[in-house]
Design a protein around this ligand. Structure first.
Ligand SMILES: [Zn+2]
Length: 177
């Protein structure tokens, strides 16, 4: 009678645990984006970033570090998470209005996102991005939003300015024709 295949080499329980841990380590590693070896493991480190020229330091950020080439990188998911964390810190550091406050100010004057973009000479979808929190308004734009909020006449002045610049562009164009 021969024992079942491999039975003679059944590892001791402790060895089993070590093998299990090694497998887990290998499984947690992902392919390095630079050297393509499967040696990139998850680490948490401090991370410096700059947003609209504001420097922030996040004390603990999850990223991958490659033990082969030393490269550190983010997965798309991690990058998204870091981007969000950076915006939270910058918003706090600069004391910027939150997305919900921007919505409130805009609605107070019955403006659509497109209309507010036009009044502030902003590009398409900029207000949409502020209101979803995907993009932070600059400190200057934040000041202007606060001015609009606190001084009701400001929005009318902005309308006049847009009309004036619209007219001057119009007259300039007609002068050329
Ligand atoms: Zn590598």
């Amino acid at each position: 009678m021969t024992p079942p295949h491999g039975a003679a080499f059944a590892p001791a329980p402790r060895f089993k645990v070590i093998v299990f841990q090694l497998i887990m380590m290998v499984k947690n590693n992902i392919v390095c984006e630079v050297c393509s070896s499967e040696s990139a493991g998850k680490v948490s480190e401090s991370f410096r970033a700059s947003y609209n020229q504001t420097l922030v330091v996040l004390p603990s950020v999850e990223m991958y570090s490659c033990s082969q080439c030393g490269e550190k990188f983010f997965t798309p998911e991690q990058a998204k998470h870091v981007g969000k964390a950076v915006r939270v810190v910058v918003r706090e550091q600069l004391g910027l209005l939150g997305p919900e406050r921007i919505v409130e100010i805009r609605r107070k004057y019955g403006l659509s996102q497109e209309r507010l973009e036009a009044l502030l000479s902003l590009g398409s979808k900029v207000v949409t991005r502020w209101e979803t929190g995907r993009v932070l308004q600059t400190k200057q734009a934040d000041d202007l939003l606060r001015l609009i909020d606190k001084v009701p006449g400001v929005i009318d002045v902005l309308r006049e300015i847009r009309e004036e610049s619209g007219h001057s562009r119009g007259s300039h164009r007609s002068a050329l024709v």
